[in-house]
Design a protein around this ligand. Sequence first.
Ligand SMILES: [Zn+2]
Length: 464
Amino acid sequence: MRLYNTLSRSVEEFVSRDDGRVSMYTCGPTVQAPPHFGHARAALVPDVLRRWLTSRGYAVFHVRNITDVEDKIIARAVAEGRPAAAVAETYARIYDEQMTRFGILPPHIAPRASGHITEMIGLIERLVEVGAAYEAGGDVFFAVRRFDTYGNLSGRNVDELRAGARIEPTERKRDPLDFALWKGVRGQPGSLQEPSWPSPWGRGRPGWHIECSAMASRYLGAAFDIHTGGVDLAFPHHENEIAQSEAASGRRFARYWVHNGLLTLDDAKMSKSVGNVIGLGEALDRYGADVLRSFYLSAHYRSPVDFSEARLSEARAGLERWRAFLRAAPQLQVADLPDVAAVREARGRFTAAMDDDLSTPVAQAALFDLVSAGNRMLEAGRQAEAAAARAALLELAGILGYDLSPASDDGAGLVGPLVAELLRLRSEARERRDFATADAIRAGLAGHGVVVEDSPEGPRWHLA
Ligand SMILES: [Zn+2]
């Protein structure tokens, strides 16, 4: 398989460190608010990568942390008058629930920062020992100029960065690029809103960047295969993770850096600061997990994706084509499935696309062509061939993480009768010349993607 590595800025042949095994770390959520639809992509991309590597025979070990010690959580705790741990607990649970609804495979370990303070202190001590970090008034900073390759991941030039940075009057660091590993706390030692822990530098809490370095190396070792995250984390978060981890261990941290593009809304990054946030829970209610998955996978994972109702409708219509074929095609025992050229070809294209830096748009196009071929088989009465296409579609869509089982097809059996019932009411309204009601029913159906066309034989409908 070939995979784009942000570190080399090129598509590389993927070679795992340990034959047959892949170790993967994903930056998880800072649990201070419910996840938005944009966050979901940073969970979906490693999910699809993991599913593909697994289908290729690798045993993937996946760690995704929970950042439950962070300034934003403390700010929320103070604002709400609740313990920081309660804020973190609330949103960690919401995150897990929504990821499950979205069909994201749970990580093998979901370490919380609050449970790894000892490891973080140990890592900071090591960095001070090797001269890569220094203490200043109860804080500890990483000395960026002591790490030669700083800026390599994100392609930044240290001198240019330094020219654009400045030290705030309240900060004790020596260089504007230095960043906090440990933040001394001068408040109440037992505060529930601003938790702190004892350390060689006095009470305080870890910085966000050191949390990931400590948790990744705790469970995956100083060197591992793949690190994923949104491209917005490449600088400074991932740059700092590399600096901390490699300065401490002297070994190369993650071998491959996989970054997903962001979700945009009218070309603006979807983030709380812009105020254009769509909650993942709300999106799941409105569109369902598979439509959201299809929306994202119809773009390459590195490209930005613009949120658009039209593209979501397209995703829904595409999935309905798959489901309609699955309902129409017969099911046969695997042993009874014939070898069909169109199925073999679709499988080959699918595999080649996924092996080519997870090209899900091309992989999905192969599945749409498979469905078209399958429908032609049905029209021609070639039932056994259609059954082979059906089995392949279920298998390959399953690798992408879709749940196309009949049990998941909750709307399929109901949509037809419900639309027919509404069209009957519409016809009655028209007969009594109540065109306002008739038009309202038609417009209401259109709002759900049901297009009504009148014909001499009566109204017909299809999904947009
Ligand atoms: Zn991280």
